[in-house]
Design a binder for this molecule. Structure first.
Ligand SMILES: O=C(CO)[C@H](O)[C@H](O)COP(=O)(O)O
Ligand SMILES: [Fe+2]
Length: 224
């Protein structure tokens, strides 16, 4: 599948969020990564469905990838679907019934994904592979942008890539946390095909140049 670059708006200038999202899409980004934190499941507080709707009302048409770091998770899903989310991912530890949460996301017309933290085992995928559109591996502990990539994620990516290939389904393998120009090649080589990057893109002066360099690094190892 075509590699997707998904800037995390956590590192955008929130006072100019509409413009920032527009700029990063004009600079070549594919997907908007939207980090939702509740000061309960993670020790930080960010943005909710009203902000997602505001981006749609502003004219943003690109897919919005809502990464829910909230507990409980089910009751906020319909609000995000109504607000214009395209993909909704959640952490299994934040759901009492993972299969039901996936079902709620699909019933509301969104693509669904599970997010596994660095220390969360892969067995959470065991009985739901047929219901996943996305698997997101966290390469930092969730809660903050600007952290360093945890290298053991590479082996985990390889293992999940194998599971996806064995399943025969088109499941996106997304990676989130500490992704930069300097490591995106090895991350792609390990099997990721959707790359979240917050600080690496929004802290740069030229968004287009960072995104193009990321694409070149991915193409150098995967040919796509
Ligand atoms: O989910 C997240 C943190 O919980 C963010 O998406 C992630 O950290 C992106 O930021 P950066 O690229 O700066 O690491
Ligand atoms: Fe995220």
């Amino acid at each position: 599948m075509k590699p997707l670059i998904a800037p995390s708006i956590l590192s955008a200038d929130f006072a100019r969020l509409g413009e920032e999202v527009e700029s990063v899409l004009n600079a070549g980004a594919d997907v908007v990564h939207f980090d939702v934190m509740d000061n309960h499941y993670v020790p930080n507080l960010t943005i909710g469905p009203m902000v997602c709707k505001a981006l749609r009302d502003y004219g943003i048409e690109a897919p919005i990838d809502v990464h829910l770091m909230v507990k409980p998770v089910d009751r906020i899903i319909p609000d995000f679907a109504k607000a214009g989310a395209s993909i909704i991912t959640f952490h299994p530890e934040a759901s009492e019934h993972v299969d039901r949460t996936l079902q709620i996301i699909h019933e509301h017309g969104c693509q669904a994904g599970l997010v596994l933290n660095p220390a969360t085992p892969l067995h959470y995928l065991d009985h739901v592979m047929d219901k996943l559109d996305v698997i997101l591996l966290m390469s930092v502990n969730p809660g903050f942008g600007g952290q360093s990539f945890i290298p053991s994620t590479l082996d985990k990516l390889k293992a999940v890539r194998k599971r996806i290939n064995d399943s025969g389904r088109d499941i996106r393998l997304e990676v989130d946390g500490g992704v930069k120009v300097s490591n995106i090649g090895e991350i792609a080589e390990a099997g990721a095909d959707m790359f979240v990057a917050g600080s690496a893109i929004f802290n740069a002066d030229d968004y287009a140049s960072v995104i193009q360099t990321m694409r070149d690094e991915i193409a150098a190892v995967t040919g796509s």
